[in-house]
Design a protein around this ligand. Structure first.
Ligand SMILES: [Fe+2]
Ligand SMILES: [Fe+2]
Ligand SMILES: [Fe+2]
Length: 421
């Protein structure tokens, strides 16, 4: 039995998992979030702002461009700031604003591209823009100017010139002055490029102490499931459906209350590795070429390695990442056989297949009951999936189907609300 106590997961562990996943989306700008967080923390330290504020700033920096995954722009924000640049900031803020523990972080993310504009940037459409958003803005624009193919030390001077020229127009003037004060230290820039992940006990933020209860972990991973799903409108509600079906099957299988919540977490995160798969492949409606299918096969490998390092996620990582394994050992990518496929992993495999074949996609309707049962029956016959789980599903078809649909309808409504610009 997995051990469950009052606190379950660490918030920083979960955010770190997400930033590692985002690095897989756009290797070209990998570590961008870590670099911006690193620079923001250095500016904040020089300004001597409170530890609480620094923590909010660093968490916002680690997540600031996450909203762009729901758009087509894939985080390629270079030197110019187009008029539409606020869209991803607003989407990112909406994703996190539903969580009480992330409310302040969401506020900072929301305004991270508001220019200072001679003081007009103190507010935006009647809302106060936090100073932390201005620190994030400056850190982001500076990090993005660093050309990774050239010596970073040679770039210090032109970056200083740029921030001076943008003092008071783009950036808050006192922030620019603070930034210029710390700029001459070459090690700051070498750290920025070569080892921007600095949050392991070398600062006063105590990020490792922000713990979440099991319920809070379920809620937080629901936000992560939206980040995973909203990347493609074709599967914008898939994880929500899988989580609902897996939860019900776990209840029916006699899992404890805590284990059922862990199953929801695993359902929310089962496709987190899909962040590593190019959008063109995810959105292809024709049959995949063999080479494309090979790429798809890697997604559960990434799911496993993103989740396994999280403390107390040992079972969750397996339940989530083994959803394409088959009892006969012919699944992918680990080829685990029945002996080593736990009940949780078997449930997730059935929940994933059932949801995928019965949910509507923009390019096709979901299968009706009889066809879905036939497909699942064939898979039981060739020893791909568990007979007992499929029987449980068939015996409770109406209720499970209804839970799947309700969960996906709710996710669709949230999708429209969050991505509306
Ligand atoms: Fe941004
Ligand atoms: Fe950014
Ligand atoms: Fe999958």
């Amino acid at each position: 039995m997995p051990y469950i106590d009052q606190y379950f997961a660490n918030l920083y562990d979960l955010i770190n998992c997400l930033t590692r996943a985002v690095d897989l989306v756009t290797p070209k700008v990998s570590s961008h979030h870590q670099q911006v967080a690193y620079m923001a923390l250095n500016i904040a330290d020089a300004m001597r702002i409170s530890v609480d504020q620094k923590r909010t700033l660093v968490l916002a920096a680690l997540l600031h461009d996450i909203g762009s995954l729901s758009l087509d722009d894939n985080m390629d924000f270079f030197e110019e700031e187009p008029l539409t640049i606020n869209n991803h900031a607003f989407i990112g803020a909406r994703l996190f604003s539903s969580s009480p523990i992330m409310k302040d972080v969401a506020e900072v993310i929301k305004f991270h591209h508001i220019p200072w504009n001679n003081g007009e940037g103190k507010s935006f459409k009647g809302e106060e823009v936090p100073l932390l958003s201005h620190i994030l803005h400056l850190s982001d624009r500076v990090a993005i100017r660093v050309n990774r193919d050239e010596s970073v030390i040679s770039q210090i001077r032109p970056i200083k010139e740029y921030t001076k020229s943008a003092r008071n127009t783009v950036f808050e003037p006192e922030l620019v002055d603070t930034f210029l004060d710390i700029c001459d230290e070459e090690a700051l820039w070498l750290d920025l490029v070569y080892r921007p992940t600095i949050f392991t006990g070398q600062n006063d933020l105590s990020l490792q102490s922000i713990n979440l209860t099991l319920d809070e972990t379920v809620d937080f991973t629901k936000i992560l499931s939206q980040i995973i799903d909203f990347r493609s409108r074709f599967t914008a509600t898939h994880s929500a459906g899988v989580a609902a079906v897996a939860l019900k099957l776990a209840e029916l299988s006699g899992f404890s209350e805590g284990e059922c919540k862990m199953m929801s977490i695993a359902g929310n995160l089962h496709d987190i590795g899909k962040l590593a798969i190019p959008r063109e492949i995810l959105e292809k409606t024709d049959a995949l070429e063999p080479a494309e299918y090979d790429i798809i096969k890697s997604h559960t490998f990434y799911t496993y390695h993103l989740l396994a390092p999280i403390s107390k996620f040992e079972s969750i990582a397996q339940w989530a990442a083994y959803h394409h394994e088959k009892l006969n050992g012919r699944g992918y990518p680990f080829h685990i056989k029945s002996d080593n496929l736990s009940l949780g992993a078997r449930i997730m495999a059935v929940a994933d297949i059932f949801t995928a074949i019965t949910e509507d996609r923009p390019y096709r309707k979901g299968m009706p009951k009889e066809r879905a049962e036939t497909v699942l029956g064939h898979m039981v016959e060739n020893k791909s999936i568990s007979q007992s789980i499929v029987s449980l599903l068939v015996d409770n078809y109406a209720i499970i189907s209804c839970l799947r649909k309700e969960s996906e309808d709710r996710a669709a409504a949230e999708y429209s609300k969050i991505i509306s610009i």
